[in-house]
Design a binder for this molecule. Structure first.
Ligand SMILES: Nc1ncnc2c1ncn2[C@@H]1O[C@H](COP(=O)(O)OP(=O)(O)OP(=O)(O)O)[C@@H](O)[C@H]1O
Length: 651
């Protein structure tokens, strides 16, 4: 075991020496990443400011795998998020992050990031997920067979060959294991061999053999690429794959430098790694203050972990390793290297097509997206048909027809929010892929719209026909088509509204409540529960009555039903005919200046407007978030923190 470890460390030493000699000029899209005096604070009303990262300095170079290690909660993910340009708006950052010596925004397609959570499409098999991703990411110029070859090879490299035909699975059904999901997430991001790759805990959920193979695959892709991974507790074998190590404790650097030299650093600082102990175990045990235990120092003396950490930090700040990091960062910063370009990928048309196919398959396999709704709608349609069965032409049928149509336009369309949870899952996948630059928001909107069309047509036509013909509404094909069209456009509208809500409200339950609330208000002002002329003018009539799609849905359905209809009013055995047009004007107070087709056109226009609004919100998020981040970035002096700065610690 010791001979084995020694051999690996010798290998590592040689490799890190050769890496030290690397010239600091970026070529062929290579990425040098530096961060200097990086502070990150989280502020909350309750707890005030809390420093998460405290003056970190470091770098990542092409051809190297940099591991960020430290106890849970030390700031590994925060450091990764900060240097990847993905820090949330609840935190403030200061310090310089440079790419090839330049200040560049690093997000949306310039790098790949494997997040800690696996956000995958549960209904797809592993093979389908990887194939679709290859088609989305790899350029159009590459033949389809080559894309498949790359996908197959990457799946094999990452050890997924036996799980290729298994569905990924999620809350709706068991699929592949957690460790396999982790590997799928990594596989999707390394398909294009990105020049800069961030991995947040790539080995969590994997056994030691799988961890080694996955990390070996990642390490083998280092040539010309910069890879940064946060990792919890690597085995000795995995540790031997790292070129550089950044060891953190409570947001401070305990060690930054060649991974192979860390053992020597700990030994020189007075905490040598015991023989036969995994070095990473030793490092983490020494600097983990969560379960504060005194650390033995000789037969009599014991020190608290906090004291040990401070000794190590002082030792690091006084060491030549610290000086080497500072001069390496300064050296890299001097170069004005290449500007990081977005990767080339499939064209907009190909992406829209592939996404439409993928979304269609997902909708067909996810019972909650449309099938359950179709079943419930059929039951409700039969209910409506039996309650209003053969409604007739009496005076009483005016109210019955009105109520039935109002129910269709309001409650049946309202239930379109039933697919919200499935949409939110799809949206999460879209957000991950968009952030990693796989495709843009436009392709997603087009794909979601096109793939939903057949299902929405199905659930408008089948339950629509049952309710329509059982009730005995106006005869004629044109009347039924108009009825189904209103139902179809209203359901599309509700789905579009929920898309907008999902892009603004971050949480599924909050989104559901918000969407239901908005529809409740619109439905109240639609002109049925209170006649249009009786609606209070402020807010309810102007503007809500005109903004609410319910107004146009009621008008379309009511005009379709009452125009040309003769109601039989019987008095003393005499039948008097009442024109439907009179009922529309007098009873329902409908706007008769334009036809029902104009109402449908307005509804269709609203669908397009809502989808464009969703696109706008997503696009605005793309530009506003980096802007918020740069506003939130302050000079180090502005960060008011109770923590002692590093140089004071070092003194
Ligand atoms: N937005 C935030 N607001 C408040 N505290 C935060 C925020 N983000 C991170 N923190 C805190 O900062 C600390 C570091 O979090 P981070 O997720 O970076 O740790 P980590 O080392 O990646 O942990 P783990 O290994 O368990 O994933 C934690 O104590 C966390 O609670």
């Amino acid at each position: 075991m010791t001979t084995e470890l020694n051999a690996t460390y010798n290998m590592q030493n040689q490799r890190s020496k050769s890496v030290e000699l690397t010239k600091i000029v970026s070529q062929n899209g290579e990425v040098f990443l530096t961060w200097k005096d990086l502070w990150v604070t989280a502020s909350s009303l309750k707890n005030g400011n809390k420093a998460i990262l405290k003056g970190l300095t470091g770098y990542a170079r092409p051809g190297e795998l940099l591991a960020i290690m430290g106890p849970s909660g030390c700031g590994k993910s925060t450091l990764l998020d900060t240097i990847a340009g993905r820090l949330g708006s609840s935190t403030r950052q200061s310090g310089d992050i440079l790419i090839n010596g330049r200040k560049q925004t690093l997000a949306y397609g310039t790098s790949a990031y494997v997040t800690q959570e696996d956000t995958l499409m549960a209904t797809l098999t592993v093979k389908e997920a990887v194939y679709y991703s290859a088609e989305l990411q790899l350029p159009n110029s590459m033949p389809k067979s080559e894309k498949k070859q790359i996908a197959d090879m990457t799946m094999k490299e990452i050890g997924l060959q036996d799980a290729m035909e298994t569905r990924i699975g999620g809350w709706s059904g068991k699929g592949i294991s957690g460790g396999q999901k982790r590997r799928v997430s990594i596989c999707l991001e390394i398909l294009t061999r990105p020049k800069l790759l961030f991995l947040d805990e790539p080995t969590s959920g994997l056994d030691s053999a799988a961890s080694y193979h996955v990390m070996k695959t990642i390490a083998s892709q280092c040539q010309g690429r910069t890879i940064i991974a946060s990792i919890h507790q690597p085995s000795a074998e995995v540790f031997s794959l790292f070129h550089s190590l950044c060891l953190l404790s409570a947001g401070r650097t305990v060690y930054f430098g060649p991974a192979s030299a860390a053992i020597e650093f700990f030994a020189l600082s007075g905490y040598p790694c015991p023989t036969l102990q995994n070095p990473s175990d030793h490092f983490l045990k020494t600097i983990n203050s969560d379960f504060d235990q005194d650390i033995e120092e000789g037969p009599t003396r014991r020190k608290s972990t906090e004291e040990v950490i401070n000794i190590l930090i002082k030792s690091y700040n006084a060491s030549d390793k610290y000086g080497a990091v500072q001069s390496q960062v300064a050296e890299i910063c001097k170069q004005e290297g290449e500007v990081l370009e977005k990767r080339s990928h499939a064209s907009f048309a190909t992406q829209s097509l592939v996404l439409t196919r993928r979304s269609f398959v997902n909708m067909s396999r996810d019972l909650g997206y449309y099938w359950l709704r179709l079943a419930v709608y059929i039951v409700i349609a039969v209910g409506l048909g039996t309650i209003y069965y053969d409604v007739g032409f009496s005076i009483a049928s005016i109210q019955a027809r009105g109520s039935m149509l109002m129910f269709v336009a309001t409650f049946i369309t309202f239930m379109a929010i039933g697919g919200f949870s499935s949409f939110v899952e799809e949206l999460k996948v879209f957000q991950r892929e968009k952030l990693n630059g796989h495709y843009g928001s436009g392709s997603f909107v087009i794909a979601n719209t096109l793939s939903a069309l057949p299902y929405l047509l199905l659930i408008s036509l089948i339950p629509g026909a049952i309710a329509y013909f059982l009730t005995g509404l106006q005869h004629g094909f044109e009347h039924f088509i108009c009825f189904a069209l209103v139902l179809f456009t209203c359901m599309m509208l509700v789905e579009s509204l929920m898309m907008i809500v999902a892009s603004i409200v971050p949480n599924f339950l909050m989104g559901l409540i918000t969407g239901a609330g908005i529809q409740g208000l619109m439905c109240l002002s639609g002109g049925f529960f209170r006649s249009p002329n009786d609606l209070p003018r402020i807010f309810w009539k102007y503007p809500l009555h005109y903004v609410a799609f319910h107004k146009y849905a009621y008008q379309g359905l009511f005009k379709n039903e009452f125009e040309g209809l003769k109601i039989h009013d019987e008095h003393n055995g005499k039948i008097q005919l009442i024109n439907g047009e009179d009922i529309l004007g007098d009873t329902w107070q409908m706007n008769m200046d334009y036809s029902k087709w104009v109402d449908i056109a307005i509804l269709l226009g609203m669908v397009i407007l809502y989808r464009l609004l969703f696109l706008l919100f997503v696009k605005t998020g793309e530009t506003v978030k980096p802007a918020i981040r740069s506003v939130m970035s302050t000079s180090p002096k502005q960060i008011n923190t109770a923590e002692a700065p590093l140089h004071e610690l070092a003194a």
